[in-house]
Design a protein around this ligand. Structure first.
Ligand code: ASN
Length: 305
């Protein structure tokens, strides 16, 4: 039987960690509003959700003759929201029922929250510059407010220097082998972007580059071995191209039919990304796992309150 994670552990998160987490959500929200973004309410259940690039256990709810999925990411809703407003963000709770091996990473929870943002007509470069500025600003403000806590908790804490370095996925793979992400993250002293991810390594919705091999997308990587922080990119928005990409990936068309109908009517081009709140909190507070970065953490392989 699956163990119930001790309730004591689930409510034993440090008070300062929760304060940092609360503050950084507030700071990033303010920053984005100043840049003309509006906050939209998150979608928790929908017949369409991110198919992801790896398999997880099914999380869906029967409702009359249909089925709702719990949101794995709001990617498709962000694209549809682009019809109404050019700059949106949401603190989006995601449920991904990962297998228990994922617990070892220190980066996975089966329920987590990402700051998901999207910009109409934008390029990948626009998103990278925005995120760099947002993080530099957020870290500076957090440093001011939590100086004495951070001095003890995180000896590496520093305000990231912009612009962040760009590392090409295939070049890094060639130089450092399969474990290149961890190797580079361990070596790094500053956050960096992993760009040009090969088509088979990511979902169908990130835009294919003209070379037809890599995507116009990016992952943000934290230094000191904290690994992946964020993923995003420019998006596919043309019907034929989306169909081709879904076929290439072997995605299920039936569950995506409402999305495809909307794409056929037309959705704007856009770019965006999602930044995990628990991972950001973990990185800033130098925690060994995201389990310590929020209250009521749902760890892979266990039941938690
Ligand atoms: N939020 C991510 C993005 O905007 C997608 C994801 O979480 N898989 O690209």
């Amino acid at each position: 039987m699956t163990e119930l994670r001790s309730v004591e552990k689930s409510v034993k998160v440090k008070r300062e960690v929760l304060e940092v987490s609360s503050e950084l959500m507030s700071l990033m929200g303010q920053f984005l509003r100043q840049k003309g973004f509006i906050e939209i309410l998150p979608v928790i259940i929908s017949p369409i959700t991110d198919p992801l690039n790896h398999s997880v256990f099914n999380a869906s709810i029967e409702y009359y003759d249909g089925q709702y999925s719990l949101t794995k990411s709001m990617i498709f809703h962000k694209q549809l929201a682009m019809r109404i407003h050019p700059k949106i963000f949401s603190f989006s709770p995601n449920v991904r029922l990962e297998t228990q091996e994922k617990r070892k990473s220190g980066r996975h929870l089966i329920e987590f929250t990402q700051l998901d943002l999207e910009m109409r007509g934008a390029t990948r470069e626009d998103v990278m510059l925005l995120v760099e500025e947002m993080l530099a600003h957020t870290f500076a403000m957090v440093k001011e407010k939590f100086e004495s806590f951070l001095k003890d908790a995180n000896p590496h804490f520093s305000i990231p220097k912009t612009p962040f370095k760009h590392v090409k996925y295939l070049e890094a793979l060639k130089e450092y082998g399969d474990e290149f992400e961890s190797v580079l993250s361990e070596q790094a002293l500053e956050p960096f972007w992993l760009i040009d991810i090969p088509i088979d390594e990511r979902e169908f919705y990130d835009k294919l580059d003209d070379n037809e091999k890599t995507l116009k997308d990016m992952d943000l990587m934290y230094p000191y071995g904290f690994n992946e922080a964020s993923s995003g990119g420019e998006r596919e928005f043309e019907y034929e191209q989306i169909i081709d990409r879904m076929k290439h990936k072997g995605n299920d068309f039936e569950s995506m039919k409402w999305y495809l109908e909307e794409v056929k009517k037309g959705i704007p081009s856009s770019a965006g990304c999602g930044i995990g709140i628990e991972r950001l909190t973990r990185f800033i507070c130098n925690l060994s796992s995201v389990e310590e970065a929020r209250l009521f953490a749902k760890v892979p392989g266990e039941l938690s309150i």
